[in-house]
Design a protein around this ligand. Structure first.
Ligand SMILES: [Zn+2]
Length: 596
């Protein structure tokens, strides 16, 4: 790792003065006029101090990043509410994924209270009795759960959600339990039918038709449920082919197969609902199953939130006032994601300029205007770029990542050959930024926060990670500075099982409701994303209709959430369409800290 750039304030001012004045004087002397390249705030103190660093040196580090790293507790969540034990077990080549699925599963359970995550190999007899419920995430058929756990499930006292693999293990202890699984639960886990993933693209749940991602996901092993049994079939998959296990039932012409069933203390989810959750609505079914498992008394609600994105010192104050006027005219409270410092290269690309909100009084006035009309300001990074890098796009604030290193490549999957970003490049993680200690990140965030305070905007109470990715250390720093974040989140393989995290194996989680995640903050959900006008880096255009379809799908979650963000420089017509469409679905816009 390179040394962090450190100079006293006086030192930096002196340095900045030399750097600015010497070229300025020579330009004036040489050309008798100001160089085209010279812009306001060129080589300013801010530009100097924030454009020194690159990425951490990952040479020779194949598996992890042994820098100072935040410790992660296997127990976390909200202080009150229910307790959930999350178990996983996978010693295959995909063990890293299994751990991430356990973290994602546990994160959802923190909506209801506290969680504890364990490798099922570490399960001790009776452990389940200390919890309100348990969730087993089965990802590897070669790593069956331990008999101690299986016996405790079969005792039937504690509600258990069993996800995907190894359900057959529950029947192997029939003799020890003294009754057959079939008699206890009404179906036979030794007699599952395998349905090709590609044949099951639609899931029926609570009267809604949802899409299931079929690309790259595993085949599904479904149970056979007799029509006259007491087993509750909670969700079914529609079968495109006539596979064994698919059957037409009364009122349905399309053959179906049970995907989620419940009987006794056991809810069985035949499919793994955590793959490709960006366009796999089975994930919403999964998120909703937690209500019956953990707190069936929660009343249904429909809650919405909107955030205006990437507002910084170079934003157009007129755009900001226009969206504030529109939203307040509809009585819609809103959030504003504020970038306190703007950095960019000068037109020649050879120099940097940098300014903060303190240099942009018209923007500050517009932000205060927004606050007076129902706007809550949140801190959106400090510079929304990192160091002197194109990370990966341009180095310009608002475009680049700030808390993790990224590059562009031709290839979707490793090994990557990095290239200059094109519209159709793939954007992938490279590794942590050079200054990646918790203290580095805390200082950086605190500086941005102080600028907002000094500008007269009050103290922000919520943070949003630029481009929704940070290193584990940066997320930990956020939890030190802020109680809450408002975003989608990246989790790293090895967080639980290893003293180092893997630099690029991660899981990006979208939350359908508020949680209190493994990094130690409340996370308010943003689950619909934003309107985009052009395809970029292999992400399709998202129209208002795209977002509204997602809002519609989220209605299957008991506490339904429609939370999106919007760039104020876009056509305000999109915003009107979204606010109207979401309201028509019965959602009510609230301030983000009221999102449940
Ligand atoms: Zn942003």
């Amino acid at each position: 790792m390179s040394d962090p750039y450190t100079l006293t304030t006086r030192g930096r001012l002196g340095w900045a003065a030399v750097v600015v004045l010497v070229p300025l004087a020579s330009a004036v002397l040489t050309f008798g006029l100001v160089d085209d390249d010279l812009v306001n705030h060129q080589n300013s103190d801010l530009a100097q101090s924030y454009t020194q660093a690159g990425l951490a040196d990952l040479a020779g580090l194949e598996d992890g990043v042994p820098a100072e790293r935040a410790p992660f507790d296997i127990r976390y969540g909200r202080s009150e509410g229910t307790t959930t034990l999350v178990l996983y077990g996978d010693h295959s080549d995909f063990a890293a994924d299994a751990e991430l699925y356990a973290v994602a599963t546990a994160n959802l359970a923190t909506h209801f209270g506290k969680v504890e995550i364990r490798d099922v190999a570490d399960y001790t007899p009776g452990l389940i009795d200390s919890f309100d419920a348990a969730i087993y995430v089965g990802t590897d058929y070669r790593t069956p759960p331990t008999e101690a756990f299986v016996l405790d499930v079969r005792r039937g006292d504690t509600s258990v959600m069993w996800v995907s693999q190894n359900i057959g293990a529950l029947a192997e202890v029939d003799e020890a339990v003294g009754q057959r699984f079939v008699d206890q639960y009404g179906w036979d886990p030794g007699n599952l039918d395998v349905i090709a993933s590609s044949d099951m693209g639609i899931v029926e749940y609570k009267g809604a038709s949802l899409s299931r991602n079929t690309l790259g996901t595993r085949d599904v092993s479904v149970p056979r449920i007799d029509e006259d049994s007491d087993v509750e079939v909670i969700a079914v998959g529609e079968c495109a082919g006539a596979a064994r296990g698919c059957a037409t039932t009364e009122g349905h012409n399309i053959p179906q197969a049970p995907l989620v069933v419940r009987s006794g203390n056991l809810t069985f989810v035949a499919d793994l609902p955590l793959d490709f959750i960006d366009d796999n609505e089975l994930y919403l079914v999964y998120a909703d199953l937690y209500y019956e498992l953990l707190d069936s008394t929660i009343e249904p609600i429909r809650q919405a939130a909107v955030r205006l994105e990437d507002v910084g010192p170079e934003s157009d104050p007129e755009d900001l006032r226009a969206v504030a006027d529109f939203l307040s005219s509809r009585d819609v409270p809103f959030q504003v994601a504020v970038i306190p410092i703007h950095l960019d290269r000068t037109p020649s690309g050879n120099n940097w300029y940098g300014l903060s909100l303190l240099d942009a009084p018209e923007v500050v006035e517009a932000l205060q205007y927004m606050q007076e009309r129902g706007g809550t300001l949140i801190q959106h990074g400090t510079t929304h770029q990192y160091g002197y890098l194109d990370n990966p796009y341009s180095g310009r604030s608002g475009e680049d990542y700030e808390f993790y290193g990224y590059g562009c490549s031709r290839e979707a999957l490793p090994p990557f050959e990095w290239e200059e970003c094109e519209q159709d490049s793939f954007v992938s993680k490279m590794g942590p930024v050079a200054q990646d200690t918790i203290a580095d990140h805390t200082a950086r965030m605190a500086h941005g926060r102080q600028i907002m305070v000094d500008a007269g905007l009050g103290e922000p109470a919520i943070f949003e990670t630029p481009h929704y990715t940070a290193s584990p250390n940066a997320y930990s720093a956020m939890a030190d500075v802020y109680d809450a974040r408002y975003e989608q989140v990246e989790y790293f393989s090895g967080m639980l099982s290893s003293p180092t995290v893997h630099p690029v194996k991660t899981f990006a989680q979208i939350f359908p409701y508020s949680v209190h995640d493994i990094y130690g903050s409340t996370v308010y959900p943003e689950n619909l994303q934003n309107v985009t006008e052009r395809e970029q880096n292999n992400h399709a255009i998202r129209t208002p209709e795209t977002l509204l379809a997602r809002a519609e799908a989220n209605l299957v979650v008991r506490e339904s959430t429609a939370s999106f963000y919007f760039h104020p420089f876009l056509d305000i017509g999109y915003l009107e369409e979204l606010v109207d469409g979401i309201t028509e679905m019965g959602y009510t816009f609230v301030a983000v800290d009221e999102l449940r």
